[in-house]
Write a protein that binds this ligand. Structure first.
Ligand SMILES: [Fe+2]
Length: 466
């Protein structure tokens, strides 16, 4: 037996012209093609096959396939050709080479071609599918991973078509909306648009989606199966196909009802707290002013001017509220100053003046334990401090002062100079404005001074002595 097994001229194709045409055709194939008869004799083989075997095509033709391809003197066990010959039907097998781990797809099917000996010819292709198998495996693994995440996630996951048709939801999404299974949810709400309770929210959402592809934590009200309303936080993106055309939406849904309720409760208790705090502040302010009729209305006027300055400076809402509260009670510490000193018409002695000066500290002591998210007590403490450190009680410099205190300091001085005092008549607004103008940036905050001057000069602010 030759090194290519038994050679058989008779297993040539019976039609030379057809053989030449087939040869051309199969030579163009990038994988292995062999035409073999039922006795495993090779009738034709392509260049790819000859190449991998290190032979010339003409050498292979007429050879014994098991010998040439596998180096065997007989068909290997499970040879697919035997099966096809026996069954008369095409078969396809994927075989892995134990040594190289490479995967081959072997396809054999009967043809109507015959050899010169009248034997049926079978078309046999072998294709390396290792890469395809790897890709499939990777996809299967990631698919399995995704499926596991999809099914076990505590967040709802969904996909919709362009028209809002729900394509997929996971068990968490179904449960969130009161359904036993994803299928039940899809049957009841085939379109995601039907799940929104408020048309305005649905409309806003669809308008946002016209402008952007991604939406994060958009909170919207949805209807559960039992009719209950829940707040759902939606985060999703538009999905697109390979050509970039929009195919729908894909994203997550989280039930945030508990969080929303807690927020609402907190807002309510905060506003109740603020209301009672404002009430308390008002009561405290009146207490001081009853003992000190000459400064009656002083705190309110300072609060109005400080608020106007702070508003012009563009401070945020909560800071404006803090400045208003602090200014309304900035002299609260005067309840510890003896009434006769507060109301003394003449000049004060140094000791008396020291007692008056203690009111900033006393105010701080009164307010320090009231819990508030803004530094009301500190602002009151600092309202007589000056930028250059010449103020009291701590001798702070500008950088250590609260902005609210700097603003109130300006408003306080302007109001105090303008108004009547037990020991002198009011000096008028021009004197007051001169004081802050001359000490702008030295004693008083420049921005607060500029804003205050602008307010008076433009006639946008006047004190209300009613
Ligand atoms: Fe004061």
């Amino acid at each position: 037996m030759s090194d290519i097994g038994k050679t058989d001229e008779l297993c040539r194709l019976d039609d030379d012209k057809a053989a030449a045409g087939i040869q051309k055709l199969i030579d163009a194939m990038p994988f292995y093609v062999i035409l073999v008869d039922e006795d495993h004799c090779i009738a034709l083989a392509n260049q790819a096959t000859a190449g991998v075997l290190g032979r010339d095509v003409r050498e292979i033709i007429g050879g014994y396939c098991p010998k040439i391809v596998h180096g065997l003197d007989h068909p290997f066990e499970g040879c697919p050709l035997e099966e096809v010959v026996a069954g008369g039907r095409a078969i396809s097998k994927e075989l892995q080479n134990a040594k190289t781990q490479a995967w081959m797809e072997s396809v054999i099917y009967p043809t109507s071609l015959k050899t010169v000996a009248g034997k049926r010819v079978y078309y046999h292709t072998v294709r390396d599918i290792t890469e395809e198998k790897r890709a499939q495996e990777a996809e299967r693994t990631s698919g399995a991973k995704y499926e596991s995440i999809f099914n076990s996630a505590s967040e709802g996951i969904f996909q919709t078509s362009v028209s809002g048709q729900i394509v997929t939801v996971n068990p968490a999404a179904a449960e969130m909306l009161g359904f036993a299974t994803p299928a039940e949810l899809i049957d009841s709400f085939p379109n995601i648009g039907e799940m929104y309770i408020h048309p305005a929210e649905k409309e806003e959402l669809s308008q946002l989606l016209q402008r952007q592809d991604v939406l994060v934590a958009y909170e919207v009200r949805m209807r559960r199966r039992d009719g209950e309303t829940i707040w759902v936080s939606l985060s999703f993106h538009r999905t697109r196909d390979a050509s970039g055309a929009i195919t729908g939406l894909e994203g997550m849904a989280v039930d945030v009802t508990a969080k929303k309720n807690a927020e609402a409760g907190l807002r309510e208790s905060l506003s109740r707290l603020e209301e009672s705090f404002s009430g308390l502040i008002g009561a405290l302010a009146r207490t001081v002013e009853r003992r000190d009729p000459y400064t009656a209305g002083h705190q309110r006027r300072v609060a109005t001017l400080a608020g106007a300055i702070a508003g012009k400076l563009g401070l945020p809402e909560e800071q404006l509220r803090a400045i208003d509260m602090a200014a309304t009670v900035h002299d609260i510490g005067k309840i510890y100053v003896p009434a006769e000193i507060l109301n003394k018409p003449g000049k004060l002695t140094e000791t008396e003046f020291d007692l008056i000066k203690a009111h900033s500290q006393a105010g701080f002591e009164i307010l320090r334990d009231i819990r508030f998210d803004q530094p009301i007590a500190a602002i009151v403490h600092q309202h007589h401090e000056r930028l250059d450190g010449s103020g009291y009680p701590q001798g702070l410099v500008g950088k250590d002062m609260e902005l609210g205190a700097k603003i109130i300091a300006v408003a306080d001085v302007v109001e105090a100079i303008t108004a009547h005092r037990p020991y002198r008549p009011g000096l008028g607004i021009d004197v007051a404005l001169d004081e802050i103008r001359q000490n702008r940036g030295r004693l008083y905050d420049a921005a607060a001074v500029d804003t205050c001057l602008a307010l008076f000069e433009a006639g946008e602010f006047v004190f209300d002595y009613s």
